[in-house]
Write a protein that binds this ligand. Sequence first.
Ligand code: NAD
Ligand code: IPM
Ligand code: MN
Length: 351
Amino acid sequence: MRTHDIALIPGDGIGKEVVEAAMLVLRKAAEQGGFTLEETVYPWSCDSYLETGRMMPEDGIEQLRRHDSILLGAVGWPEKVPDSVSLHGLLLPIRKAFDLYVNMRPHRLLPGVTGPLRATDFDILCIRENTEGEYSGAGGRVHSGSPAEVAVETSIFTRRGVERILRYGFEQARARRGKLASVTKSNAQKHTMVFWDEVTEALSAEYPDVEVTRYHVDAIAARMITHPGTLDVVVASNLFGDILTDIGAAIQGGLGFAAAANVNPSGGVPSMFEPVHGSAPDIAGRGLSNPIATIWSGALMLEHLGEEAAAKAIMAAVETVAGTPERLTPDCGGSATTLEAAEAIASELQG
Ligand code: NAD
Ligand code: IPM
Ligand code: MN
C-alpha cells in the first residue's frame, strides 16, 4: 500500500482542535483512497516552550526533514510567550530552513457560503513570497529606551528570490486564466519595489501569453473587495502577501476558510500545509473553530503528495457540507462543534 509519512504540528490554541478535526477527514480519505498516512505528532508549542525554553528542539528541523510533508495548526499564544519568540522559534524557521519560498493561498467562495461581498464570482490564487523581503529579520535597535531610540527592520529582496516567485506566478497564471497581478508599493518604496517592477517587466517578455497588471498594494487591497472577479493570480512580497491573504480569507467567508501551502517547488524537502489563520485565543478550547481551512490545507497536502483523487474527494465533501451551513461551526451560521463539522465532512466522503 502507498504510504505517506507526515509530521503533525498542532501548535497552540485552535491549532490543536483544527488539526485533530482535519485528521479525521484525511484518515478517512486515505482509507477510501487505498493509501496510509503515517503520522508523527510534534507537540511543539508555547506550552512546551515554557517547559523547555525552546519552541522546538535544537535538531527540530532535522527531525522534520525526514517526513514527506508537514501539517501545522497554528503557533502563538501572546499571553504566555511573545510572538517575536514563538513565531521566530517555530513557524518562520521551518519556512526558511526548507526554503519553502512559495506560499500559495487560494481564495474562492465555496458554493453555499455567503461571504460579505455582493460579488460572488471570484477565484483568486495569491502567491506570497515566503522567505525574504520584509521578513528577512535584518535590523536592530539602538539607544534603547532613550528619546533618541531608533528601530530598523530592513527588507531584503534578492534577484534570485524575486525572480523565482514571479516566475512561479507566471507559470500558475499560464495554467489558469492567464492573468497575473504583480503587487508593489513602488510609488513609495523606491529601491525594493522598483526592483520588483523591473523583474516583473523582464519576465513578462518570456510570457507573452500572460496579461500582466501592476498594482499598488493599497489599490489591490480595495480591488479584492470591490472587484475580486477581475483578479486571477496575485503575486506579492512576504508582508504584502500576508495582509492580502487575510483580505482574501475575509471575502471567502472568514479566516476559517483560508488554506495555505508552503512549497519548495524544487522538492527534496517536506512542504508545509497550514490554515492562514492563527491560534485564535479568543475562541480556543471551546470547539468553536471552523476546521475547513485546515481540511482544505490537508487536501492541498494530499494533492502535493500525488493523491489527487483523495484531494478532490475531500473538496467535494467540503463543498457538499458548505451547502448546509447548519452542519458547520457558528462562524458559518451553524451550531456544530469543530469535531462535529469535521465528522459531517468525513461522512460525505465517497471513495
Ligand atoms: P487569528 O487568525 O488567530 O484570529 C483572528 C480572528 O479570527 C479571531 O477573532 C479568531 O477567533 C478568528 N478565527 C481565526 N481562525 C478561525 C477559525 N478557524 N474559525 C473561526 N474563527 C477563526 O489572528 P490573531 O488573533 O492576530 O493571532 C492569534 C495568535 O496566532 C498570535 O499569536 C499570532 O501571532 C498567531 N498567528 C499564527 C499563525 C500561524 O501559526 N500560521 C497565523 C496567524 C496568527
Ligand atoms: C501567516 C501568519 C504568519 C506570517 C505570522 C504568524 C508570523 O500571519 O502565516 O499568515 O505573517 O507569515
Ligand atoms: Mn497572516
